[in-house]
Design a protein around this ligand. Structure first.
Ligand code: APR
Length: 308
């Protein structure tokens, strides 16, 4: 029997994630939204893509959490996206309410699910989901690092005119302006990035990576990025579904790792059937640790505002 995934939020990120999962025949998909008709319509549309993409995944849209019951994985994308001029943190209060309400329902109907969080501000929303669901920490995981490192990899590959597949990059920290692209652990075909690029070019790329989301919001005007974000969420989903033990940068609840206590921050984790199966710890230089501490402090501020 195919596994069951629920995507909460049938907006840009949610619907695109549902489409990717169905197209790759990874699982049966339930899409749920607060809006009536939207998840049903989009679900039916994605289902009818099946004969063309060669997928027998069942897809349905609903407004009723009963239809989501016993999902193996739930991807939460419900909430408001950014508008031009907004930071992810500006979404805090509005999306706190949405994530709280949706997670409560999800936990009630799918008590054994693994949660992949996408709603921003990501790290704080992960904390909300952990507290509300009362799930163990290995079953609440945030999508940010894969997206941030994909942006970093894209810009590096463009600059060097090489395949994106040659570029391995590493981004730590919160999904925000203080994210920490780790140049020292980034490589091009095994060659340290610092051998391939001068410091000024690297700095420019690091800054563009930090502003990667805002650059897109500025163009779109009415919302934020969704193709790469949905691809990143589906990569996490696939690693869990196939028990791949894949090491990916994700937001994880830290209890002392990297010197961070009781907070979600982006770090490399091993993803498999149990969700987060290991937090990979690497040695950081004092500068890198300071950047990570600063990023974690930013997440802590948000978490303190909503008191979770
Ligand atoms: N329950 C279910 N769905 C909800 C709820 C709720 N309580 N509140 C809002 N939604 C739905 C909206 O109706 C909408 O369909 O969430 C969807 C969000 O879709 P978009 O507005 O298209 O936003 P999207 O681009 O998908 O981004 C969603 O992901 O990347 C983050 O920052 C982004 O926080 C944002 C989230």
């Amino acid at each position: 029997m195919r596994k069951k995934v629920t995507v909460v939020g049938a907006g840009n990120v949610g619907a695109t994630a549902a489409l990717r999962i169905a197209d790759q025949e990874l699982a049966d998909v339930v899409v749920i939204d607060i809006l009536e008709g939207i998840p049903q319509g989009k679900g039916l549309d994605i289902l009818q893509d099946g004969p063309i993409s060669g997928s027998d995944s069942q897809v349905r849209g609903t407004n009723d959490y009963a239809d989501t019951a016993n999902s193996d994985v739930v991807i939460i994308t419900a909430g408001f996206p950014r508008q031009p001029g907004m930071s992810r943190d500006d979404l805090l209060i509005k999306n706190y309410e949405v994530v709280k309400a949706t997670t409560e329902k999800v936990a009630q109907h799918s008590p054994n699910a693994i949660l992949i969080m996408v709603t921003n501000p990501l790290d704080a929303m992960c904390q909300v989901a952990l507290r509300v669901s009362k799930f163990p920490k290995n079953r609440v995981i945030g999508m940010a690092g894969i997206l941030d490192s994909a942006r970093f990899r894209t810009f590096i590959a463009q600059e060097l005119k090489v395949s994106v597949e040659n570029v391995q990059a590493f981004v730590l920290g919160g999904h925000g302006d203080t994210m920490v692209p780790l140049v020292r652990y980034s490589q091009v075909a095994g060659i340290p990035l610092t051998e391939m690029m001068d410091a000024a070019t690297l700095d420019r790329i690091v800054q563009r990576t930090r502003d990667g989301g805002a650059e897109i919001v500025k163009y779109l005007k009415t919302g934020s990025a969704y193709y790469a974000p949905s691809a990143a969420a589906v990569e996490m989903f696939e690693a869990i579904l196939k028990d791949k033990k894949k090491i990916l940068p994700c937001a994880a609840y830290l209890e002392g790792e990297y010197g961070v206590q009781g907070l979600f921050v982006g770090v490399p984790v091993k993803l498999g059937a149990k969700g987060i199966e290991q937090i990979i710890q690497v040695k950081l230089t004092p500068d890198e640790q300071a950047a990570l501490d600063k990023s974690a402090a930013g997440v802590r501020e948000l978490v303190n505002v909503i008191k979770v």
